[in-house]
Design a protein around this ligand. Structure first.
Ligand SMILES: Nc1ncnc2c1ncn2[C@@H]1O[C@H](COP(=O)(O)OP(=O)(O)OP(=O)(O)O)[C@@H](O)[C@H]1O
Ligand SMILES: [Mg+2]
Length: 554
């Protein structure tokens, strides 16, 4: 079997590591550095540059140079360079390919298997997109692991004898993760994770930018300003003030050059970012209470990620948890080291220790069910997997169709904690057909949510009496915004012509009062929905069912 590498695919920087003689080891890139900026440049002729070589082009060719792509993971957005579209996953794949290439050169062997880390708070969709990026890079993604858990593995391997409650606070370039875990003689038992997928150092840079200058369109000027803002932020971690100097930043309307000269003090910077920094308190407190702990129960606090070098960030953690956090020796490298340890556990290269790892699902996952009310029925969120359940996990529940003689049910899958499904994020849905027509409450349908070790959800549904099954990997292309469907527009759908005869026939029967069970109505409605949502296969299945029903009635 070939070797497995561990990769920390970060918003700002990425690292790759492997196991060497039983211990994690960072692999240098082509420039001999352990840290690679997560920047990709695409040349006119399609040549790809990655890392520092690509970062040079941020100022001269911002139109075909991409940074912080990770924040778009799974969003379905496209990025353009030289009239060609690239998905965030394709750009991430280029980054991965480069890192793996460095490892192949360094180790002198072919690498095609990897463990890739993601923020603990990454959603199902974002995890799938990360796996996709790995596959596009020609890698078999052996495991997706959570970044703070990786940091805990690194710490755990070095402190095998400890029995402690640990909180990992990971604030990187684009994401915040807080994870609470218990370390017990090599067993790493993650209790709870909480975080924010859109909070990190890049937000602090942006706050500096908007306090220094008005919004500007000129992309090159914007890039220079962004770089200056980041330099300023980093400098203010160790000094009290910083002088920003950007000569000839813009050209004014009158043709005169405009420069930017300003001194920023640490106090000013702290005021600008205060709200964002304070917003990280809630995830800490929630993760703790989800784990059933209070600050006093913590023995170790690990700071991970470049943004934890900011003094007011450290101070907030300290104040919130009434304890002094321990800065890891390598807040930038520990996640990649942990990924390598996970790789080593999989390939058996660190089998002499008893390191065991459990992780959790950070989100509550469930479906929507109809509850009968006195005045009106309403849809309620029905959680199947509560947040912070240990993974892998599988939960099943029986449901009954809501109306008499209903032969199909649509099972919607949501993520969130609100009892109103509309306030949660809909991950997708699956349609179960072929339920034998029966009085309501007679034909149970079993719904199963399976959440695997990589944090990916699979939903299955079956008709208990017939064993008829459907299952689906919940939407792979990104969480679709809730579609507001105007069913009256169905005839505008591409394939409408093909469905028109069956729908007309059914609607005639409904108008004649031949649809007591309401089955025709539901099918017609669902066909229209499927057409509007361009779900061809589903529409076709429903049409077959409708035709069958119409034939039975004739
Ligand atoms: N000394 C410092 N003071 C303040 N900020 C810093 C310092 N060093 C690095 N940073 C910031 O840390 C961020 C990068 O951290 P890191 O490399 O841990 O993030 P990442 O792993 O790329 O991101 P993520 O984990 O969110 O995907 C950048 O925003 C960078 O500006
Ligand atoms: Mg990181």
């Amino acid at each position: 079997m070939s070797r497995i590498v561990g990769i920390d695919l970060g918003t700002s920087t990425s690292e790759i590591a492997c196991i060497d003689e039983g211990a994690p080891k960072l692999i240098p890139n082509t420039l001999g550095k352990l840290i690679t900026p997560s920047v990709v440049h695409i040349g006119e002729d399609g040549t790809v540059l990655v890392g520092e070589d690509a970062a040079e082009y941020l100022f001269t060719r911002p139109d075909c140079t991409f940074m912080e792509v990770k924040r778009l993971t799974g969003s379905g957005e496209v990025l353009r360079a030289h009239q060609k579209d690239y998905s965030p996953e394709e750009l991430q794949a280029m980054l991965l390919r480069y890192l793996v290439g460095c490892a192949e050169t360094y180790l002198g062997e072919k690498i095609d298997r990897a463990v890739i880390t993601v923020p603990a708070y990454f959603t199902d969709v974002q995890r799938r997109a990360t796996t996709k990026a790995g596959e596009l890079a020609g890698l078999q993604v052996e495991r997706i692991i959570n970044e703070p858990t990786a940091a805990a593995l690194d710490y755990g391997l070095a402190n095998l004898k400890e029995c402690k409650n640990v909180l990992v606070y990971d604030l990187g370039g684009g994401t915040l993760d807080v994870t609470v875990l218990e370390l017990f003689e090599g067993v790493i038992d993650v209790k709870a994770s909480r975080g924010n997928n859109h909070l990190g150092g890049k937000d602090f840079d942006e706050l500096i930018m908007c306090n220094l200058a008005d919004p500007m369109k000129d992309e090159r000027a914007l890039m220079r300003l962004k770089k200056a803002a980041e330099d300023c932020k980093i400098a203010l971690s160790t000094q009290e003030e910083y002088q920003i100097s950007l000569p000839f930043l813009l050209t004014a309307k009158n043709g005169k050059p405009v420069s930017l000269e300003k001194t920023v003090t640490r106090t000013e910077f702290e005021q600008w970012v205060q709200e964002k920094v304070v917003s990280t308190r809630e995830p800490m407190m929630t993760a703790l209470s989800d784990a059933g702990l209070s600050p006093g129960d913590l023995n170790v606090i690990l700071l991970v990620g470049g943004s934890t070098r900011i003094p007011c960030v450290k101070k907030l953690v300290e104040e919130t948890l009434s304890a002094i956090p321990r800065s890891l020796v390598d807040p930038d490298l520990t996640v990649a080291r942990g990924a390598a340890i996970q790789a080593g556990l999989l390939e058996g290269s660190i089998s002499n220790t008893d390191l065991v790892l459990t992780d959790v699902c950070p989100y509550t996952l469930g479906t929507a069910v109809l509850h009968e009310g006195v005045y009106e029925d309403r849809l309620l969120f029905d959680p199947l997997i509560p947040r912070n359940t240990t993974i892998p996990t599988e939960k099943s529940r029986l449901y009954y169709p809501a109306t008499d003689y209903q032969t199909t049910v649509q099972i919607r899958v949501y993520q969130g904690d609100s009892s109103n499904p509309d306030n949660n994020e809909q991950l997708g849905d699956i349609l179960l057909t072929g339920i034998p027509p029966a009085k309501r409450g007679k034909e149970p349908v079993e719904v199963t949510f399976a959440y695997d070790i990589n944090g990916i959800l699979q939903v299955k549904a079956s008709v208990v009496s017939t064993g008829g099954k459907v299952s689906t990997d919940i939407s792979t292309t990104g969480v679709k915004p809730k579609p507001v469907l105007d069913l009256s527009q169905w005839e505008k759908a591409e394939e409408a012509r093909h469905y028109r005869p069956a729908i007309r026939k059914a609607e005639k029967q409904i108008a004649f009062g031949n649809d007591e069970a309401g089955e025709l109505k539901i099918l017609v409605q669902q066909i229209k929905e499927a057409l509007l949502l361009k779900e061809g296969q589903q529409a076709e299945d429903l049409r077959a069912e409708l035709l069958e029903l119409l034939e039975d009635m004739a």
